[in-house]
Ligand binder design. Structure first.
Ligand code: ZN
Length: 327
């Protein structure tokens, strides 16, 4: 490491402005499902059951803004049912603009609890209690869209997980540009990996959108576009209810995650302020230092996916590496 090289660490990252204030959602507490903050819109006609979920992470409220807009718009499904869910409302209720990252969860990350072993355990941490409330409705879902956002300002990524069925559906949607294929997390299952969603032989499809930076206006627009393309692809929305700019598809690329860089220390530094989707041409390029040890790209044209040092600790993934190809 050269002495005069400027390095980025969690202590000297620029803070992002909060462009979108957190939404008021208490009017959605009482619902027709008997589960607080989970609503069903039923067309009364045969068709698929579609679940749109927001607030899996309490500080990622762009999805809640978009879901609120959908409910307030009074648009109804043209067939089948929509289940509209605000998941970790307990964590969201603690959101504090002066310390915006801490409301991600209360006890444990709610997007790591979606395995039968955890859901059926005797553990009563708050996120598991909430997950068990929502669980009975999952069994009837055909299509799931889970609305998330990212620590850094980055173009939107559709996470299709490990299954080909979800990847094919993300291609059918045609938005956003990047479809990220990965195998999930070692420390627990995401909702999109839960049981039948993660089973290639079963029909239900689960997708997770990382729509942009948590509190940026652009993230709202990306979330809206994704939501409408998703509903169009499930064939449960009348086209006249979809704004014309959100009907558009874009050319897509596939990014396959091949490696995860997991911090060995809390002293991880980047050689640039990586934001995500940078393509590093040469194998062996140093991208970071972990406790002074150089971390190099393993192959040419390596894509950096969701790099972030904001929450780095030993055991935390601070960047994923992948290979990109046009679709
Ligand atoms: Zn998230």
């Amino acid at each position: 490491m050269s002495n005069n090289q400027h390095l980025f660490s969690k202590g000297n990252l620029p803070a992002y402005p909060i462009e979108v204030t957190h939404p008021e959602i208490t009017r959605f507490k009482h619902s027709n499902t008997g589960i607080n903050y989970v609503h069903i819109l039923d067309s009364g006609k045969d068709g698929p059951t579609v679940l749109i979920n927001a607030l899996m992470h309490g500080n990622e409220y762009s999805g809640a803004v978009v879901l609120s807009q959908l409910i307030d718009s009074r648009i109804q499904p043209s067939c089948g049912k929509w289940i509209l869910s605000f998941a970790n409302v307990g964590a969201f209720a603690t959101f504090d603009e002066t310390n915006p990252d801490v409301s991600r969860f209360l006890d444990v990350d709610m997007n790591r609890v979606w395995s039968n072993s955890k859901l059926e355990s005797g553990n009563h941490v708050k996120e598991l209690v909430r997950a068990r409330e929502i669980l009975p409705l999952l069994k009837e879902v055909d299509y799931l869209l889970d609305l998330h956002s990212m620590h850094e300002e980055c173009e939107p990524l559709m996470v299709s997980g490990p299954t080909n069925k979800a990847y094919q559906f993300a291609k059918l949607m045609g938005f956003p540009k990047v479809i990220m294929r990965d195998v999930g997390h070692a420390d627990g299952k995401r909702l999109i990996d839960y049981d039948f969603f993660g089973d290639e032989k079963k029909l239900p499809i689960g997708l997770l959108i990382e729509a942009g930076h948590h509190w940026s206006k652009l993230t709202i627009e990306n979330s809206q576009h994704t939501l409408f393309r998703f509903l169009m692809s499930t064939k449960t929305i009348d086209i006249q209810n979809v704004p014309e700019n959100f009907q558009q598809k874009v050319p897509q690329v596939e990014v396959k995650v091949t490696h995860r860089c997991v911090a060995k220390s809390d002293d991880v530094q980047f050689v640039q302020n990586w934001l995500g989707m940078e393509i590093i041409p040469k194998a062996g390029t140093v991208i970071a230092y972990d406790a002074g040890v150089a971390i190099q790209t393993p192959y040419d044209d390596c894509v950096l996916i969701m790099p972030s040092l904001r929450h780095v600790l030993p055991g935390v993934t601070y960047v994923r590496l992948g290979q990109q190809r046009p679709i």
